[in-house]
Design a protein. Structure first.
Ligand SMILES: Cc1cc2nc3c(=O)[nH]c(=O)nc-3n(C[C@H](O)[C@H](O)[C@H](O)COP(=O)(O)O)c2cc1C
Length: 170
């Protein structure tokens, strides 16, 4: 397959090409949840999640400053990272669009600091917000892991704009 090279000039960034190049990096898919006004559950589909440190236990993710739900994450000091399984594509798609009703008919329980935990996930990291670092058009969230759990379920994968299941181990 042909490579496509781009030089980034301060005056002009080709956003479509840059997004396409970022999308070459295959990731898992998470729904990150918190509590909003009047303790309403809030959640966003996020693939910028990454582990940072074992000691202390830290993770990061980045949130668009333009996301309608961003205010909830700025006001509440706890969040949960729900790592989604490959049978949860419909849930992930629901949380990837603005809606006042994302939790309709969805089972969830209350975790650390009351934050919503989704069912049927691969892993969960319940975090206290340690820092919010504005960078460009996003804010980087650093979370300290207060509780976590994991299962043997298969994860949902995101690559080049499509959801996939994990292939065989090499
Ligand atoms: C696979 C996938 C990964 C995403 N990752 C991020 C991300 O890391 N950061 C982000 O701000 N938005 C990300 N989004 C977009 C948000 O899910 C989308 O803007 C959503 O509408 C935000 O929720 P809100 O509208 O309730 O604020 C992603 C979307 C998809 C489909």
């Amino acid at each position: 397959m042909d490579a496509c090279a781009h030089e980034v000039r301060p005056s002009h960034v080709d956003h479509a090409s840059l997004r396409q190049a970022f999308g070459c990096f295959a990731t898992g898919v998470t729904v990150i949840t918190t509590l909003g006004d009047w303790d309403a559950p809030v959640g966003i589909t996020i693939n910028s999640f990454s582990s940072v440190s074992l000691d202390p236990p830290l993770i990061l993710w980045s949130l668009s400053l333009r996301a309608p739900s961003s205010g909830a994450f700025q006001r509440h000091d706890g969040f949960a990272v729900n790592v989604m399984s490959d049978d949860a594509k419909h849930v992930v798609e629901r949380f990837a669009r603005p809606s006042p009703d994302k939790f309709r008919d969805l089972a969830w329980t209350s975790g650390f600091m009351g934050v919503p935990l989704l069912n049927d996930v691969v892993a969960t990291f319940e975090c206290r917000t340690e820092s919010r670092i504005p960078k460009g058009d996003h804010e980087i969230y650093i979370g300290r892991v207060e509780r976590f759990s994991s299962t043997e379920r298969r994860p949902l994968v995101f690559h080049r704009g499509s959801f996939r299941t994990l292939g065989e181990a090499l």
